[in-house]
Design a protein around this ligand. Structure first.
Ligand SMILES: Cc1cc2nc3c(=O)[nH]c(=O)nc-3n(C[C@H](O)[C@H](O)[C@H](O)COP(=O)(O)O)c2cc1C
Length: 205
């Protein structure tokens, strides 16, 4: 009887995973129009394996965190993004490095979401990447972001592969297209690992 139930559940999971597209939300830590991190998110969308799709949402309307405002009610932009994150199978974050850390606008949005119940990032699979004009590709910033996501927001952050896109101005065209084959391959590898990570954490996804 138990074996029959388990077999039925396993075949349901296989069926579900074959037909369910993983819905990933992309968040960019830069608000500028020609952001290379935004371009990197678009390149990651193209690098995703079958069964994954990315929707990039902007944090530009998230106001500065203020506990008085929170006490009066979470702002609409904070709430609507939180709802999207809660519904998503995973979140992909790309942020520039600002002064050896990740951007303030991203930290501000994470601070808002950290105060919400239900907590949108709690146990949420997350992958991160960064692109900069310098050679290190934002490597110094990612450990701050990992710390805040894992410790503060209880997200489940993919450990490897890490993606640091250095000298990014030479890799993306003016139209935002990624022209560097090695970076395309890195993104493909990370997106496959992210899919496997989500599958492992929530086998029905
Ligand atoms: C305030 C500020 C601080 C920056 N600090 C760093 C830094 O610490 N390390 C780095 O590699 N690049 C740094 N940069 C350069 C950014 O990484 C670069 O401008 C990048 O293109 C920004 O990402 P975006 O194109 O997605 O907006 C800084 C840029 C700004 C505006």
């Amino acid at each position: 009887m138990l074996a029959g139930c388990l077999a039925r559940e396993a075949s349901f999971n296989t069926f579900f995973s074959e037909f369910h597209t993983m819905n990933i939300i992309g968040i960019c830590g830069s608000l500028r129009q020609k952001s290379i991190n935004h371009f990197a998110l678009e390149a990651a969308a193209k690098a995703m394996p079958t069964g994954m799709s990315l929707r990039i949402l902007s944090i530009k309307d998230v106001p500065l965190y203020n506990q008085d405002v929170q006490s009066a009610g979470f702002p609409a932009a904070v709430q609507s993004l939180a709802q999207e994150i809660l519904k998503a199978d995973g979140v992909l974050i790309a942020s520039p490095e600002y002064n050896f850390s990740y951007s303030g606008v991203l930290k501000n949005a994470l601070d808002w979401w950290s105060r919400m119940d239900p907590a949108p990032f709690k146990h949420k699979p997350v992958a991160i990447l960064s692109a900069t004009g310098g050679p290190l590709g934002g490597a110094r910033s990612q450990y701050d972001l990992r710390k805040v996501l894992s410790g503060g927001l209880e997200a489940l952050v993919l450990q490897r592969p890490e993606i640091f896109i250095g000298m990014a101005q030479n890799k993306f065209g003016a139209d935002g297209a990624l022209n560097d084959e090695a970076t395309v391959k890195m993104l493909e590898t990370q997106m496959q690992a992210f899919q496997a990570w989500i599958q492992k954490l929530s086998p029905k996804a």
